[in-house]
Structures are given as C-alpha cells and as structure tokens.
Design a protein around this ligand. Structure first.
Ligand code: GLA
Ligand code: GLA
Length: 690
C-alpha cells in the first residue's frame, strides 16, 4: 500500500460487522459460492455429455450456463419446439451435482425467423439492414421480434420454471447493438413526445434556434448517435436505455409467471460498456452479472476491481461473474494469456469484491464457429488443457471457504458516483481527446481503493446517507434535483469531492446557467472562470503536494462576496504554476468546510502521485480507516461481512513473495489452522476468518 505508513497508527481492529444485504443468491441445496462454465450441449453428440460433465464435477464445477445461443435447436421451425435434448442435458447435469442458469436464446435468432420477417433485423446508423450469420442481428425495438422472444422465453419458463436444478435465467446475451430502423425511430419520437409534451418545450430545452434546428413536430427529429445536437444525443442514449429495459421486461413478463421465486432473472453486462444506462436496465432485474474479460493486454487488478465494484453497484448487492476468461480470449489484437496463477488470483478477486459465482467461458472448444481460438478448459478432443488444473484448485477452494462466505458481502464508507449521463455528455464533446471519463474515474478509484480497501461505485440516484466520503470524478450533467441531494449530504456532515467538468450541464445537456459547478457553486463559494485543454503538463501545487495537471485544467475563482472571511470561507488547495499565462497563479482546487462536512472542487486532471496525496487527505478528513493497515504494495485486501462473520481475502497481485501481518490470530480457511501472519507467494491468495 503506497500510503500505508500514514495508517500504521490507526486502529488495528477490523471494521465492525454490518448486517446489510448479503448474497446475490442463496440456495439451500447448492454451494454458496459457485464455480461454473458455459456449456453448449447443442454443439455435441449426446454421447459426449456424460464425460464432459464428469470432468466438470471433478473440477468442483457446480454450475453451467446453457441455452443462450441455442434458438435454432430449441425452435427448429416456426412454432415447433424441441426441448427433449435440453430436458436431458439439465437432468444429466443434476446427476453430476451441477445446477443450471438458462439463457434465453434471443441474441441469435434462427435463420427461418429473420428470412421470413426481415423487419426484425437491426438497421445500423447508415441505414444498412443486418443479415443472418453472426449474432445480435435483431432490432431491439421490433414489436414482431419481441413476440418471438416472448414466445420462446415463455416456452422455456413453462418447462423449466419449477425445475429444481434451474437456479436462474440470463436474458439474451450482452445487450449492445441499438437499431436505427423505422420502428425504432417512431418509438423515439413517441418517447420524446411523452417526455416533452410539446415540440415548443423540446425546442426550448434543446435551444434549437442554434443552426436553425427548430422542429415543427416530433416526426422531423432524426435518429443519430453522433454529430448532432448534444441534447438529442443524450436523449437517444436514454431512449436506448429505456428500450433495453422494455426489451428485458418483455421476457421477464414471459418468464416470471411460470418461474419459482428462487429463480433469479439477470443479464450479462460488460463492465465499463456505456451503450445504455445499466442502472435503468437493472431496475427490472433481480441481480447483476457481468462478463469479466481484462480490458488491457495485461491484468490490471485495480481496473478489474473497479469493474466488479461498478457491477455490484447496479443492484447494490452481491453479483455474479457470468463469464470470465480461462487465461485468454480470441478478440484482442494479440491474445496474450494471463500468467500462471492469475486465473486463480482473478477468481478470488471476484469473490472479494462481492461476486457469489465465477463462470468460465467456455467449457470446451466448439468444433467450428467464430471463436475457435478462445481459451477453454477442455480442448476439442475432450481432454483438459493446462489451465484446467488451476480452475480445479479454485473449485476446491470455493468448496472449502464457501460456507464461511455464505451470507457475507463487502461494505464501504466511501462512494464514487458513476453517471452515464455525464460520461456520455463528455464523450460527445471531449474537447480534449485524452479526456476519457472512465480513466478519470479510475484515477480516483486507484488511490481510494488502496487507502480504504473498500469503495462502492454508485448511481447518481443512490442514497449517500451511509457514506463518509463521496467522490464524483466528473459529474458533468448535474440537474438541480441531484445538486439538492448533494447539498443535503454535505450539510448533514458528508464530505463531497468533485472532479473537473462537474456541474457544467443540466438534465438536457444544456449549459447550466451558472458556471461550474453550476447549482453547487454557491455551496462551494467558488466557480470555474475558464476551462482549458492541455497537451503538455502544467505545474500545480499547494499544501497537499506538488505535481502536474494534464489533459484538462480549469481556473477557479472564489465568489468571496457571498461569504465573510473566516473558517467557513473557501480555501485554495492547489494553485497552477507558470505555463500559458491564463493558468499562472490561478486556483486549481478549492475546498470549503460546511459545518461538519465539506465540499471540494478539483479543476484539473492531476498526475497520479499528486491525486494520491490529495485522496489521502480526503480519506483522513472524512475519518475513514483502512480495513487492514500496513499491507505491502500490490497486496489487495477485500473484506466480506455479514451473518455475524468477517472474512478477509488477501491477494498478492505482485510477482514477489509478500508477508502480511494480521492484527490478531485468524482462521486460515484454505490452509486450515490459525495464523497471525500470512506469506503470499507470487499471485498467492489467503482467505481468513476473524
Ligand atoms: C466555422 C463556422 C462557425 C463555427 C466555427 C467554429 O467557422 O462557420 O459557424 O462553427 O467554425 O470554429
Ligand atoms: C462474450 C460473449 C460470449 C463469448 C465471449 C468470448 O462475453 O458473451 O458468448 O463470445 O465474449 O470472450
């Protein structure tokens, strides 16, 4: 831990056990922490199923996800259903103590469907209709497609909704591709009409006098996802979010009446993917689940941990990893493998961040198809590949530690606000090409996670009451209603930190009438006087330390006339050094104490060491303690509590041995026995109970 020294004097008692909601799923007859794989029985002769399932069982795999691409096998011709094979596959899995998540197969419509009803095919932004042969070729807005989706989902639910071996449902697969077909367009118009009421109201909020964009009626409005009025672009994204939500509801309505309550309904999401607002779609799902593929050439544990925390925030409870890579994928320019040991490291990181299941994609190489090179656990010959043994070890460990982890979840007193509206608004008009809002969020997440060892990533609508420190890295879209909640949070003693570009836009992606941070400027007692894109580092410094601003710099001006000088006056934290003249000696960050709380605005994208020093100060001022102080750099600490238990998961992401001293003796759940320190080899993991 980079800033470990600061916390050595802090209390060494572990954080108290909380009674907040715990596991995503809990089945009395299934292991509490499930290891699984994606299995495609429809691709294989039935004679292969039994040996495959036996090898799964031997690896302690207790879960398969099946069916999500099997529509042409389930419904080989219109209205003619074939479920005998699926009955037998589920029953055979049960025989091997393997439960099932059923995927509705709607990400891959059969050829007969799209051939007979070409209007169900999606249309891209350039007006080109898709064709059969790949996947995701349907229009998410098509009424006809939804009828077929409803029918197949209902058939499946009527058959498996009470099957004791089916634990849940995955809707479709990785929602992603919106469609610009005529039906979607007219739905967008109706959606806008419902929201704005009159075209005059829309013209007003979109300021359409600009470039003579004024609309006479809703039907004139184009559908575009780029190079348009930023108000239109933002509303298109919101329409897409609502359309995926109703796409989900269509299938939920088909499944829920037939399904036992214990069967969850989810879909598999994709980390930072921002094609729609995940909070909107998750409002109708039971649990969150995601597909954890590393987003860089090599495993970046902090970024991966942030994506777990993001996913946990979709429902603010434990989640599932519905897919993850058995060492490598097939879709990067160079598909380098995870190193030996990192597959296990990643599996335990998922559990540490609140996942209750880890499933590998995929079980066995498909005989053909677009993904022949993808990582697997079994080769085409039905024999294990080298990573099988590492996964088997993970399975054995999940079995061992599972009972202790049952009913536990992570808890944090630090939250980062993640706003899709703000990410979209910045991405539509980055102004500085390098200003990636996700990278900016992660630059705050890294030190906060290191310093506190528990961070929640939340929707702007989430309650902030239980958090000591709330960080909004670039809360660009800040409507008055959200500002009111943030003001109440600070006045109640909360510590709020805003990053650059916060408070610039209103709900309609129009400029807030007051300069940044708009409706929070009065509380801050300061506002942004100008923003500047940077292509070289600018010196910046103050009490928290010295460093550089990069990519983005805003000058701040205290609005001192509103406040008498004194302890409540805004205080300059950082000042720019000499550069382009505009920035020289101007405030870069300002903070103001508000009763027991505070509001801070950071106007620049700071280099990582300087931001780390700043967050050290914020964490300290907010009275947040790390879970386990004094841990070596590169060792991640995760804590799950609940049901009267406290479990620590320690992961050594480095390539050298690390020793971690514990505040008191703890039970080692993987090695057994009681320990007061642990030695973690390269990529080593320890799971400890208080
Ligand atoms: C051109 C256009 C203006 C404006 C400016 C912005 O000159 O004529 O309308 O868009 O670019 O730089
Ligand atoms: C996604 C999909 C899977 C598979 C994997 C490969 O997660 O959901 O069907 O294509 O990617 O990495």
């Amino acid at each position: 831990m980079r800033l470990g020294a600061l916390f050595l004097a802090a209390s060494v008692a572990l954080a108290p056990v909380s009674s907040a909601p715990a596991q995503a799923t809990a089945y009395s007859d299934q292991p509490p922490i499930l290891l699984g794989a994606s299995w495609y029985p429809e691709q294989w002769p039935e004679s292969q199923w039994e040996p495959d399932l036996a090898l799964m069982e031997a690896a302690h795999i207790h879960l398969v996800r099946i069916g999500e691409f099997a529509w042409s096998t389930m419904e080989p011709s219109e209205g003619h259903y074939e479920f005998g094979w699926l009955d037998r596959a589920i029953a055979l899995a049960a025989k091997h103590h393997i439960c099932v998540v059923l995927g509705t197969p709607t990400a891959g419509p059969p050829a007969w469907l799209t051939t007979k009803y070409p209007d169900t095919l999606r249309v891209d932004e350039n007006g080109r209709r898709d064709e059969h042969g790949n996947r995701q070729q349907f229009s998410f807005a098509s009424t006809r497609y939804r009828k077929f989706a409803h029918a197949i989902a209902e058939q499946m639910a009527a058959r498996y909704g009470h099957n004791p071996n089916v634990v849940g449902w995955q809707l479709d697969n990785e929602y992603a591709a919106d469609s610009f077909d005529p039906e979607a367009k007219s739905q967008f118009h109706a959606w806008l009409q419902k929201k704005y009421g009159t075209i005059a109201n829309l013209n007003h909020h979109w300021a359409t006098a600009y470039w003579s964009q004024t609309y006479d009626n809703f039907d004139e409005i184009p559908v575009r996802s780029k190079e348009e009025n930023p108000a239109l672009l933002l509303e298109w994204k919101r329409f897409v979010s609502d359309t995926w939500k109703s796409y989900s509801e269509n299938q939920i309505d088909a499944i829920r009446p037939h399904a036992d309550k214990r069967q969850f309904i989810t879909t598999n999401t994709m980390g930072w993917f921002d094609g729609f607002d995940e909070y909107v779609v998750h409002s109708v799902l039971d649990i969150a689940a995601w597909d954890d593929y590393i987003s860089t050439d090599h495993y970046d544990a902090a970024d991966n941990g942030a994506r777990h925390d993001l996913t946990r925030g979709f429902k603010q409870k434990n989640f599932w990893v519905m897919e993850t890579e058995p060492a490598f994928v097939n879709w990067r320019p160079t598909n380098t493998p995870l190193e030996k040991g990192q597959v296990r490291d990643m599996a335990w990181q998922a559990i540490g961040h609140g996942s209750d299941a880890v499933e590998y994609w995929q079980w066995r190489s498909a005989p053909n198809g677009q993904e022949e090179y993808h990582g697997v656990l079994l080769g085409i010959d039905g024999k294990p590949v080298p990573v099988y043994d590492e996964v088997k070890q993970v399975g054995a460990e999940f079995e061992k530690a599972g009972p202790a982890l049952a009913g536990t979840s992570p808890h944090s007193s630090v939250a980062i606000i993640q706003s899709y509206d703000s990410r979209w608004a910045i991405d539509f008009q980055r102004h500085s090409a390098a200003f990636d809002p996700v990278k900016e969020l992660v630059s705050f997440y890294r030190p906060l996670r290191d310093q506190t060892q528990a961070v929640d990533i939340l929707s702007p609508d989430a309650s902030l009451d239980s958090y000591k420190l709330v960080v909004a890295p670039a809360l660009n879209v800040l409507p008055q209603s959200m500002a009111d909640r943030l003001i109440a949070y600070v006045k109640a003693g909360g510590h709020l930190v805003l990053g650059p570009r916060s408070g610039m836009k209103d709900e309609y992606n129009a400029l807030n009438p007051q300069r940044q941070p708009g409706p929070l400027a009065d509380l801050l007692g300061a506002k942004v006087s100008q923003f500047y894109a940077l292509d070289e580092a600018v010196p910046v410094g103050g009490d928290p330390g010295n460093g550089t601003a990069n990519i983005w710099a805003e000058t701040l001006a205290p609005t001192l006339e509103t406040f008498a000088p004194g302890p409540d006056a805004p205080r300059v934290l950082l000042t720019y050094g000499p550069s382009n003249g505009w920035l020289d000696n101007q405030p870069a960050a300002i903070t103001r104490t508000v009763g027991k709380g505070s509001i801070t605005y950071i106007g620049a994208w700071l280099d990582q060491p300087l931001l780390d020093s700043l967050t050290t100060q914020f964490v300290h001022d907010a009275g947040v303690q790390p879970i386990l102080p004094g841990v070596p750099d590169g060792v991640e600490v995760c804590q799950r509590t609940g049901s009267g238990k406290t479990i620590l998961i320690l992961i050594n992401h480095t390539t050298s041995n690390q020793r971690v001293k514990l505040p008191h003796a703890m039970t080692d759940l993987l090695q057994s026995g009681t320990v007061s320190s642990v030695d973690l080899p390269k990529y080593g993991v320890a799971v400890l109970q208080n």
